[in-house]
Write a protein that binds this ligand. Sequence first.
Ligand SMILES: *Cc1c(COP(=O)(O)O)cnc(C)c1O
Length: 371
Amino acid sequence: MVDLLGQYRRIKPEIDQAIQNVIDNTAFIKGPDVKAFEAELSQYLGVKHVIACGNGTDALQISLMALGLNPGDEVITPCFTFISTVEVSVLLGLTPVIADVEPGTFNIDIASLEKAITPRTKVIIPVHLFGQCANMDEVLRIANEHGITVIEDVAQALSASYTDWSGRKYKAGTMGRIGSTSFFPSKNLGCFGDGGAIITNDPVLADKMSAITHHGMRIRYHYDMTGVNSRLDTIQAAVLRVKLRYLDAYSAARNAAAGAYDQALRGLPGITIPERSSFSTHVFHQYTIRLNGINREALRKYLEARSIPTMVYYPVPVHLQKAFQYLGYKTGDFPVSEKLCESVLSLPMHTELNEEQINHITRSIIEFVNS
Ligand SMILES: *Cc1c(COP(=O)(O)O)cnc(C)c1O
């Protein structure tokens, strides 16, 4: 699905040097590369504060911890997504409330979001799924109307660009009060282990979230609040500083691959190519098609026999996960997400895909459909 080795080989001298420098300085924790990376990512995103932390799940948890919420406060999150947004809400004693998604873009459905609002709603976490932004004009309008905080989960869409109703452009993750991201190796900006970051323009929140990542400590061994231990290793920061310089080129490579997939698969019976939103660029964390009347497992086996990996992101919607049965949802509550879980298929998508590989993949799909 990804080719991290191929990507590394192209920038090996820079990466190796960056890692060697950290080892030579032995500043493995809170070394100078961490601050430098935070500053460089802030500048790239056009945002005032970036706080590095241990991973993307922690970034969401720390964001929620900084908001001074009370047990039972409600957090709205989409049904068709990775589990972190739900998991951290539960861990903090908050109540996750699920909203359905749009069938075309896979992002949070605005009508379903509005229906999910109650007097206890304190936070909305739109997830910019597979690489393009949710409808932030509407999310922010609803949030402002009800005095709700927005945390953008930008783990799959870092570097995507959003154009608001007035024509103003924002990087994904900088429109809500907080943005939260992950540098898991296979993300669009991935390090060589775990990593994450929190994004905000609010200096008070930034200070608080930074303290929370260090045990709630501002002055050494003086604890102002309950925190966690969640830091980005200096070695990971050094890797990310190098890779950030290539992020736009990586997005361009992913878009070129997506364009080639689109061209080959558009109009093929039983296959729907991913929809592009009018208000967001797409950075194709995943290239995900929808199948209609095609046996997904049979197609996967057919492709696998031709050395083509595929993945189902995601096979089970949040509300039908075993761990969250106690929330009281049932089959039929979120029909779009349920249908997507049965019909989506993600194709190989990364920065190193070449024309020959894409031709092999698309030819194999077309063969299967016509067989
Ligand atoms: C990867 C991911 C996360 C979690 O990031 P980790 O670094 O693996 O903890 C959260 N949300 C979304 C949408 C993700 O894709």
